[in-house]
Write a new protein. Structure first.
Ligand SMILES: [Zn+2]
Length: 256
């Protein structure tokens, strides 16, 4: 059966016979693995569509157990990502993250839209491609239904107290009382990596990331101290809830 879908290349691997395996994030079919004899070298429309950071339309032959990309044409190329190290690094992490959280064959049009818009903004970003990356990750938590709970203490439900502690394992904020109880339960389970006392207003920051469109992050940089703390929390959080170690392994996203 011939199908067609918009998509973006997540990864590609050379296989025998001059063929490639392409991991493609498609709008209509989610993440799929497709073989192809098309080559990214050269200047043909199909060649360009196999390059990284390119949003394309793919014509795919679908058999019972496999996909083959027959032809492709570029819709939009975010080529300027490759012209800047910071953009390139942030966009590569974005693609790696998406690849790690998507299940094969499960469509997620919302995440697809977000990916295209985030790459578009990264390609135009002036000084904050990493802020766009955090914005994507935090927005994705909401789409995937694992957004941290911040409206009240996640353990006792109190709203009228200060909530100074963010617990990864509990999935949100804790009041001081519950935090000390929780801390005891957590001892021996890497408590220092899973319980944080953010020095910034994490409720405000998460809320801002959720409500603000990607476009507004093009010129926005987080304060370095907020960024490094947020990165630590987010990397442990996505590792714990989504099994994605993309940010954990990077240790630092290049913060000086
Ligand atoms: Zn509590």
């Amino acid at each position: 059966m011939l199908i067609s879908s918009e998509g973006i290349v997540l990864r590609q691997t050379r296989i025998t016979g001059g063929r490639r395996l392409i991991n493609l994030f498609t709008r209509d079919y989610g993440k799929i693995t497709a073989g192809t004899s098309l080559n990214e070298k050269g200047k043909s429309r199909a060649a360009l569509a196999l390059r990284p950071f390119t949003y394309s339309e793919y014509d795919i032959f679908k058999s019972k157990n496999s996909f083959n990309i027959n032809s492709a044409s570029v819709r939009e190329s975010f080529y300027s990502i490759g012209e800047d190290m910071d953009r390139y690094f942030a966009a590569s992490k974005l693609i790696e993250y998406i690849d790690s959280i998507l299940e094969e064959g499960v469509p997620s049009p919302k995440l697809f839209e977000m990916t295209i818009e985030c790459l578009r903004c990264m390609s135009e970003s002036v000084n904050g491609p990493r802020t766009l990356l955090y914005a994507f990750v935090i927005k994705s938590l909401r789409v995937l239904g694992v957004m941290p709970h911040t409206a009240s203490c996640i353990n006792c439900g109190r709203e009228d107290v200060v909530l100074p502690v963010f617990s990864v394992t509990a999935g949100g904020l804790l009041c001081s009382e519950c935090a000390s109880l929780h801390g005891i339960q957590e001892s021996g389970r890497e408590p220092s990596r899973l319980i944080y006392e953010p020095s910034f207003d994490i409720v405000q920051v998460l809320d801002y990331f959720i409500k603000t469109p990607f476009r507004q992050f093009i010129r926005l940089n987080l304060k370095p101290e907020v960024e490094s703390e947020l990165e630590m929390i987010v990397s442990e959080y996505v590792s714990y809830y989504l099994g994605s170690d993309v940010f954990r392994n990077s240790v630092s996203l290049g913060i000086e």
